[in-house]
Design a binder for this molecule. Structure first.
Ligand code: DQA
Length: 146
């Protein structure tokens, strides 16, 4: 199984960025643990973080017919990006939308997502654990399929 993890803008600042809200782990800490879990389950995990919408779109396009599932935290692009939504639909890869925080308990502009209605699942408010939950969800999905 091949799974791609996509992290959007400002997530490179995790650990430094509003730690009371987003936690003290860096993105690297989160991904290191996720890679270890993936390896234990024979999943080949690749990841990308970018602050650029274009780079994220290009990474999703490159996943076409290469990747079985995507775990994505689109960060602020969640609430703005039709283009990123269309990229995910264009490659037709099932994806799991993750947010560290419970976006529904925050400002109203965070309540709408351009991704949730076409996501396989949406996980928010579990902190870094959300990525792990998405990984197990993706493994379950892919194993039941094959
Ligand atoms: C976020 C929530 C978004 O509203 C915000 O713009 C982020 C992070 C989260 O993981 O909780 O950058 O996606």
């Amino acid at each position: 199984l091949k799974i791609l993890v996509v992290n959007g803008p400002n997530l490179n600042m995790l650990g430094k960025r509003e730690p009371e809200r987003y936690g003290t782990q860096s993105l690297n800490d989160i991904l290191t643990a996720l890679h270890a879990t993936a390896q234990q389950h024979n999943v080949v995990l690749t990841d990308i973080q970018s602050n650029s919408e274009a780079e994220l779109i290009n990474a999703i396009h490159a996943a076409w017919q290469q990747i079985d599932a995507i775990i994505i935290n689109p960060a602020a692009f969640t609430h703005t990006s039709v283009a990123l939504r269309d990229a995910l639909l264009s490659v037709a890869i099932p994806f799991f939308e993750v947010h560290l925080t419970n976006v529904h308990a925050r400002e109203s502009f965070r309540h709408h997502s351009y991704f949730s209605d076409v996501a396989q699942a949406v996980i928010c408010g579990l902190g870094a654990r959300g990525y792990e939950a998405a990984l197990f969800g993706a493994i379950d999905l892919l194993q039941n399929k094959d």
